[in-house]
Design a protein around this ligand. Structure first.
Ligand code: NAI
Length: 505
């Protein structure tokens, strides 16, 4: 199925942040675009705004001066809906209210040709519900851009129950022709990104609520060890807590209160207080002038360690051994169960159990658990935890060993799965459930998380790399520790493990 021709008229309804961005993308791709908004003057203002943005691209040498005027001339503000009658594709980006959008679609159905595509940029409403009651629900589809639309690559092409498959193929190809990275999704709550990303925020909020560490430390760990662009607190401060909390609540309600999506009281309190993040000057952090961002709490050691012993296969942690060697630490290897010994201390990659529980169950003394890192060969920081039985001397030796590899250790309280590990396990779990429920393919889900929210690795590919058995064990241990539905592993993980397969086939 081919993309829409360049000369096909695109109508954008709603000239707010998203509508303006989408109009710019379509015009830059070569389409004539008409922009309509019920607010008088809004469409004109949006086009002036687009022209200013294009001007900045010209100044930076990213756009030829001639192209600016050509693109500008493709954009036409209109002040009646009737002026959109000959559009080939209508994309609505109006207020996020089902009855208002349904009413608009009904009016468009009476106005536009029968082969005109009616697309919605909704981020939370069901495409199936939007199309219900129309004479031709098969031509209604979701075309979900991310903010800011001209910069963000991802477009979720969302099919409702009645959407014609050929239409999804056309919009997919059109989005690609517009320079975007499209993915297919079935209309289910949160589509791909707003569903699979929920644990990224939820696990940090929970860790904070349970006193794992402070915001700055948890954020630094997700950045420096997890390889995420931002930690959950700085990111939600940027998004706005009202917006982020509302998305969580809407997904939670849409899944009939499934605890996997349960909103956080910590975030609710910020919303209640009006501490919405950057836009109000205060969220988890303060944005008033002169306020410095707190530093992460890092452990230091005066101890000098020269040798360590590796017992058995350390699993994902193995690259750390090469890093220690490269930094002059003597490494003795012997058979064992995947432990790293230094002085009195025993170090191990977390398996989702509490340090205190694992020390007792496995008969290990002075156990220090290490968190997951995206890349142990280069990460500058790592979370560690230990139980009450661990001596101060052993902890100090563990910190000294990590320091020899150039790793700053951040202590978190003895909670299951530390920080990066439980976040990644829960992201993979949600992604696996979305695959199980036919929301999208594994490839499209991973792509969406990388292109839509800049994750350093797709959650499913991450689980494949860690091993499905290991990921499943972490989730089983999290569920046992908390005794909560929230951490129940997806059936797809269990089945893939039993079959000895991989999530990416
Ligand atoms: P916005 O509030 O900036 O803009 C909405 C515009 O629609 C306003 O200019 C308003 O005057 C106009 N409008 C309202 N009712 C209308 C109607 N019946 N007919 C014509 N125009 C009407 O909102 P924003 O942020 O641009 O969001 C628009 C849509 O995009 C929503 O469905 C939202 O869920 C979705 N979305 C928003 C994202 C974001 O980050 N802001 C990201 C992806 C999707």
């Amino acid at each position: 199925m081919a993309a829409l021709d360049n000369d096909a008229l695109v109508a954008v309804i709603g000239a707010g942040a998203m509508g303006a961005g989408i109009a710019q993308v379509a015009a830059q791709a070569g389409h004539p675009v008409r922009l309509y908004d019920t607010r008088p003057g809004a469409a004109e203002q949006a086009i002036e705004g687009i022209d200013r943005l294009l001007g900045r691209q010209v100044e930076k040498g990213k756009l030829a001066p001639d192209s600016r005027s050509v693109i500008r001339d493709r954009l036409q503000p209109v002040d009646t809906l009737d002026a959109l009658a000959d559009a080939h594709l209508v994309i609505e980006a109006i207020v996020e209210q089902l009855p208002v959008k349904q009413d608009l679609l009904r009016r468009l159905e009476g106005l536009c040709a029968t082969d005109c595509i009616l697309a919605s940029n909704t981020s939370s409403l069901s495409i199936t519900s939007l199309a219900a009651g129309l004479k031709h629900p098969e031509r209604v589809i979701g075309m979900h851009f991310f903010n800011p639309a001209p910069l963000m690559a991802l477009v979720e092409v969302v099919s409702g129950l009645a959407t014609a498959p050929s239409l999804a193929a056309t919009l997919y190809d059109t989005a690609r022709a517009w320079g975007k990275q499209p993915v297919h999704a079935r209309s289910t709550p949160g589509f791909i990104v707003n569903r699979v990303a929920r644990p990224f925020y939820a696990e940090s909020l929970r860790l904070l609520q349970e006193g794992a560490a402070d915001c700055a430390t948890l954020d630094a760990l997700l950045r420096d060890a997890g390889g995420f662009r931002m930690g959950a607190f700085e990111l939600t401060d940027l998004i706005g807590h009202d917006v982020n909390y509302a998305v969580t609540c809407s997904v939670f309600e849409a899944f009939y209160g499934d605890f996997r999506f349960q909103p956080s009281l910590v975030q609710k309190e910020l919303v209640d207080a009006g501490r919405l993040g950057r836009k109000t000057g205060q969220g988890f952090y303060s944005y008033t002038e002169g306020t410095e961002r707190p530093e992460p709490a890092t452990l230091t050691s005066q101890t000098s360690v020269k040798r360590c012993t590796v017992e058995g296969d350390l699993g994902a942690l193995q690259p750390l051994v090469e890093r220690l060697r490269a930094n002059g630490v003597g490494v003795t290897e012997r058979a064992g169960t995947g432990l790293l010994r230094v002085g009195d201390a025993t170090l191990a990659l977390s398996d989702g159990r509490l340090a205190s529980q694992r020390a007792r169950e496995d008969g290990l003394r002075n156990l220090v658990l290490l968190d997951l890192a995206l890349d142990y060969a280069s990460a500058p920081r790592l979370a560690i935890s230990h139980g009450a039985e661990c001596s101060a001397v052993a902890l100090d030796q563990a910190v000294a060993l990590l320091a020899r590899a150039g790793l700053s250790a951040c202590q978190v309280a003895d909670l299951p799965g530390l920080v990066v590990l439980r976040t990644v396990a829960m992201l993979a779990n949600e992604a696996a459930d979305a695959v199980l429920q036919g929301v999208a393919t594994p490839g499209d889900i991973d792509l969406a998380m990388r292109a839509g929210v800049n994750y350093p690795r797709g959650p499913l590919a991450w689980a494949d790399q860690l091993g499905i058995g290991y990921t499943l064990n972490v989730l089983d241990n999290l569920q046992r520790s908390y005794g909560e539905e929230r951490y129940r592993p997806s059936l797809l993980l269990r089945r893939t493990h039993a079959e000895g397969g991989r999530l990416h086939g």
